[in-house]
Write a protein that binds this ligand. Structure first.
Ligand SMILES: Cc1cc2nc3c(=O)[nH]c(=O)nc-3n(C[C@H](O)[C@H](O)[C@H](O)COP(=O)(O)OP(=O)(O)OC[C@H]3O[C@@H](n4cnc5c(N)ncnc54)[C@H](O)[C@@H]3O)c2cc1C
Length: 399
């Protein structure tokens, strides 16, 4: 059963599990509650590209690539190719950043590995337990177990690592600002159990819309296809998706014999909650900020939030509250940098910006700017360097 903890973590995504791992190691009393079963959290396909700095952070914390560490990062992604109908540019961002590639590790595998390691070590993870009520001021949470029984917990701190629809964020809404924006674009998220077409990421910058080819593993590839927001997976046959992806990626016919495992719709959204804490309620990961997948930043921000927050909670447990009190101020500059880059990158990737939804001449104008940015990345060394550093996630030098 749930013991009376000092910290309650709501949600076992990347943010919640990294936080749990660090608190467990430091012997800070906590419980984690997750509405899904352990098997279900390890099957939610989302991110797959992990930044070099995130891997370095996890290695420094003893969570990756060491004896007994739960995570292994051994597959690099060093290059990205931009393809438009007029040009193609293979861009070696790892080279331009002094050897800082991404690593390929699907999020569901990262989550499954971390959850398994914690459960084996006896950490207090409670799957199939859902938070159904939160009292902001005490703070307190009402947790419903699999048998429908309810229990109220009154810890010092409730951490919302409960994702985009965060009940914890809703409970503090009157005390913080939530800056929210819907982006007028929908992507089909297409998963295949087939090997990647090439050994790097491809972004198709096409007048019909965006398409992407992303590695997820030796036998796993992810594709994105931008579609009008009025259509969904049921409006697109697998044959049409394969044809359109091949066309926009400049590889006609390349997907013809590939079965599609799943096709889901993703509506793009951005959000920043500021500050990310109020009294005993604290947010981390998607609960605090949503970012579109353009540039692959969301899970990386979630992990960085969790590590910073873990150190704040550990120091607070030892009697020093300063780092915990500064958590939101510490994290927000990096969150805004990622949002600014992703917002800019989305303008290159996506054909359907607000003014190009109906108007053909506006659409041609938008595509002209997309082509021009790709040529700038190819021809302008300063621009290429800035992009490589922002994309790879290299921190700017401290002021
Ligand atoms: C298609 C797609 C592709 C992406 N690609 C990338 C990428 O390449 N790189 C990258 O860095 N990011 C990427 N992202 C973003 C990344 O997946 C998210 O940023 C990441 O999942 C955030 O982790 P989190 O732990 O904050 O939240 P989540 O992973 O959403 O976890 C939240 C957890 O809280 C649980 N929960 C919610 N409510 C309750 C409740 N009431 N009680 C108990 N539990 C609850 C949920 O069940 C869930 O398990 C992508 C996202 C999508 C959708």
């Amino acid at each position: 059963m749930l013991d009376e903890p000092r910290v309650v973590i709501v949600g076992a995504g990347p943010a919640g599990l990294v936080l749990a791992w660090l608190l467990h190691r430091a012997r800070v009393p906590f419980v984690l509650v997750e509405q899904l079963t352990q098997a279900e959290v390890g099957t939610q396909p989302k991110a797959g590209i992990v930044e070099y700095r995130t891997v370095e952070l996890l290695r420094r914390e003893g969570m990756a690539d060491a004896p007994g560490a739960p995570l292994r990062f051994d597959t690099e992604n060093r290059r990205v190719e931009f393809r438009t109908p007029l040009t193609s540019h293979l861009f070696d961002y790892a080279d331009l950043t002094g050897d800082r590639p991404h690593f390929v590790l699907p999020q569901h595998r990262l989550v499954a590995e971390l959850a398994a390691a914690l459960v084996i070590d006896g950490a207090p993870l409670h799957f199939s337990h859902r938070v159904v009520g939160i009292e902001a001021e005490s703070p307190a949470v009402v947790v419903e177990g699999p048998d429908g029984g309810r229990r109220t917990l009154a810890p010092d701190v409730v951490v919302g690592t409960d994702g985009a629809a965060s009940p914890v964020a809703r409970a503090m809404a009157d005390h913080v600002r939530t800056l929210d924006r819907r982006v007028p674009a929908r992507w089909l998220v297409v998963a295949t159990d087939t090997p990647p077409l090439v050994g790097h990421t491809i972004y198709g910058i096409h007048p019909h819309g965006y398409a992407a080819h992303l590695r997820r593993g030796p036998q796993e590839t992810r594709f994105y296809l931008e579609v009008p927001a009025t259509t969904g997976p049921d409006d697109w046959s697998h044959d049409t998706i394969r044809t359109e992806l091949g066309h926009r990626l400049g590889m006609p016919g390349a997907l013809d014999d590939r079965p599609l495992r799943s096709v889901d719709a993703l509506d793009l959204r951005t959000r920043v909650t500021t500050p990310m804490q109020h009294g005993g309620l604290v947010l981390a990961g998607d609960a605090a900020h949503l970012i579109t997948p353009a540039g692959g930043k969301g899970m990386n921000l979630a992990v960085a939030d969790a590590v910073e927050l873990a150190h704040g909670l550990i120091e607070s447990h030892d009697g020093d509250d300063a780092r915990l009190a500064a958590y939101s101020d510490t994290r927000l500059p990096a969150i805004w940098r990622a949002q600014a880059f992703s917002d800019w990158f989305l303008r290159i990737l996506t054909a359907r910006s607000a003014d190009a939804l109906e108007d053909e001449s506006a659409a041609a104008f938008v595509h002209g700017t997309r082509e021009t940015w790709v040529r700038a990345l190819r021809d302008d060394a300063g621009m290429a360097r800035w992009f490589a550093h922002s994309y790879a996630g290299v921190e700017p030098p401290a002021a």
